[in-house]
Design a binder for this molecule. Structure first.
Ligand code: GLN
Length: 200
């Protein structure tokens, strides 16, 4: 049995996500950018990149319909960085297009433009085996999370990893490290949702 994980490939670092997911057994990961390809996924990753560009292209190609169907079916969706910005309901000082599924407020470029990128080690709730290396690139931070959102990691005073049911968000880039534990965490979400669908 292999799980089909699509990585939205309209812009951003989708190739790195595809390669990282395919490091795991039982995964058949591929870039997706058509409605049909998106609808047949067991789980979807929305990568880092430029959230305004990814949003515009989603809207232009009507991909939000296909993504909404996955969301409504409870299929796991993982947004990293720009991808998480698009999942947020509320984006500080921005009217940009978004999917808006998660009950969070997010602030773009929250760590300041001067510190364009940095790396650190983070303890992550639900991930065993010690801290995980986290790479931040012009990263956003989650500035508010409703009670139904579980905070999985923080860095200083900022929330940097969240989960709301079948939705997962990281403001950092696990696909840019050698550690595959966050990918495994997402795969476990995909497996759980697939077995729910199968047992109906
Ligand atoms: N700052 C970018 C944005 O607002 C996100 C950066 C990233 O995805 N690495 O879209």
């Amino acid at each position: 049995m292999s799980y089909r994980i699509g990585v939205l490939s309209v812009q951003g670092d989708f190739a790195e996500h595809v390669a990282a997911m395919n490091d795991l057994e039982e995964v058949d990961a591929a870039p997706v950018k058509t409605k049909k390809a998106i609808e047949t996924c067991d789980g979807l990753i929305i990568p880092g990149g430029e959230s305004t560009t990814i949003g515009k292209l989603c809207e232009r190609f009507g991909l939000d319909d296909a993504i909404s169907k996955l969301h409504a079916a409870g299929k796991p969706i993982w947004g990293t960085c720009a991808g998480l910005i698009l999942l947020a309901k509320d984006i500080v000082d921005s009217e940009q297009w978004r999917l808006g599924y998660m009950d969070i407020q997010i602030k773009r470029n929250a760590f300041g433009r001067q510190v364009d990128s940095f790396e650190t080690d983070l303890p992550i709730k639900g991930i065993e085996g010690g801290q995980a290396r986290a790479v931040f690139i012009r990263a956003p931070a989650v500035t508010k999370a409703q009670d139904n959102v579980e905070v999985l990691a923080t860095f200083r005073d900022s929330i940097v990893m969240v989960r709301q049911d079948h939705l997962l968000g990281t403001t950092f880039h696990p696909e840019l490290t050698e550690d595959r534990r966050v990918q495994q965490y997402f795969l476990d979400m995909v497996k759980a949702s697939a077995s729910c669908v199968g047992s109906d």
